[in-house]
Design a protein around this ligand. Structure first.
Ligand SMILES: *[C@@H]1O[C@H](CO)[C@@H](O)[C@H](O)[C@H]1NC(C)=O
Length: 300
């Protein structure tokens, strides 16, 4: 009996030791409370699959307004796909009342600026270090407010991400607050009245990380034509922005294909790193296409 107890405690010690100081339970959404600098109170939830890859990829999955890490965990396919492909999912949880993300302040719209984007970037860096993740397989996605934040993460931390998928958001910096307010709603942008040239939108992005000249994540942007929350013009503005950043001609896309990836959807490819998918008749937000996401991120 004593031997059995001893053996059991040894075995559980060994199991704990293999995950090091991380008190993370594989196969369960777990909060990480200590991950280095936390300039904002955004909470860090992580899903480590039971079948973790040897050098795992990482997907950051960012929730919508009124959402939480838990809501996006259960409402999106990523943790199920994580078991299939062995990657880790980071689910940040917004600290703001109403639980939208701060995509309006100078802090969040700047690389290492001390806003929510900075806190999320630190979650990613912690995960890469702790799990010896493959830095060339780090991705970000989100819906609505999380889609806005996905664009902001791609703009402020282009060095961290290889690809981003945006489900019904607005371009990076479109929600900017003229008074610098944190977590502000911007009706002009939401209503599709913030319009600029590709060059001007691109400058909004490059100004978030001045002097950066490295690679940038490839972008895939979904938007519905019947979106009354973030008006469809935001699709055009976001495509102008990323086409501008990559130096593609917004007015001359490489290809435009109807019924791709499904009936009613149209895929426009601006260049190897930028594509948009416009969903006819779809409102806010475009449903997540997990299997297609796996292809875009290169897992499938
Ligand atoms: C809303 O965003 C636009 C840019 O999209 C900006 O010009 C405007 O000042 C912002 N409005 C407020 C009230 O901050």
């Amino acid at each position: 009996m004593r031997l059995l107890t001893l053996l059991t405690s040894y075995l559980s010690f060994a199991a704990a030791a293999t995950i090091g100081k991380r008190a993370v339970t594989p196969g369960a959404l777990t909060q990480v409370t200590s991950f280095g600098k936390q300039p904002t109170a955004a909470a860090f939830y992580i899903y480590v699959p039971k079948k973790l890859a040897a050098t795992p990829g990482v997907i950051v999955a960012i929730h919508f307004c009124t959402g939480t890490a838990q809501a996006y965990y259960s409402g999106s396919p990523y943790h199920t796909l994580a078991e299939q492909y062995g990657f880790i999912v980071i689910y940040p949880s917004s600290p703001h009342s109403g639980t939208c993300w701060d995509v309006s302040s100078k802090q969040t719209l700047s690389h290492e600026g001390g806003g929510d984007s900075n806190t999320i970037a630190n979650m990613v860096k912690w995960t890469i270090t702790e799990y010896k993740a493959d830095a060339s397989k780090v991705f970000v996605t989100g819906s609505s407010s999380g889609a806005m934040m996905t664009n902001v993460m791609a703009a402020t931390y282009p060095d961290l991400f290889k690809a981003a998928i945006v489900y019904s958001g607005v371009g990076a910096g479109c929600f900017v607050s003229s008074s610098g307010a944190i977590d502000a709603w911007n009706s002009t942008c939401a209503n599709g009245q913030s319009s600029a040239t590709p060059a001007a939108w691109a400058k909004v992005v490059t100004n978030m990380y001045p002097g950066y000249s490295g690679s940038r994540p490839k972008m895939q942007v979904y938007h519905g034509s019947a979106d009354t929350t973030l008006r469809p013009q935001n699709y055009a503005e976001t495509m102008k922005q990323w086409a501008g950043v990559f130096g593609y001609n917004y007015n001359k896309p490489e290809s435009t294909k109807a019924s791709d990836p499904q009936s009613g959807y149209t895929r426009t490819v601006y260049g190897p790193s930028v594509q948009g998918i416009y969903a006819q008749g779809v409102g806010h937000t475009v449903p997540i296409r997990g299997a297609d996401d796996m292809k875009f991120f290169g897992f499938a």
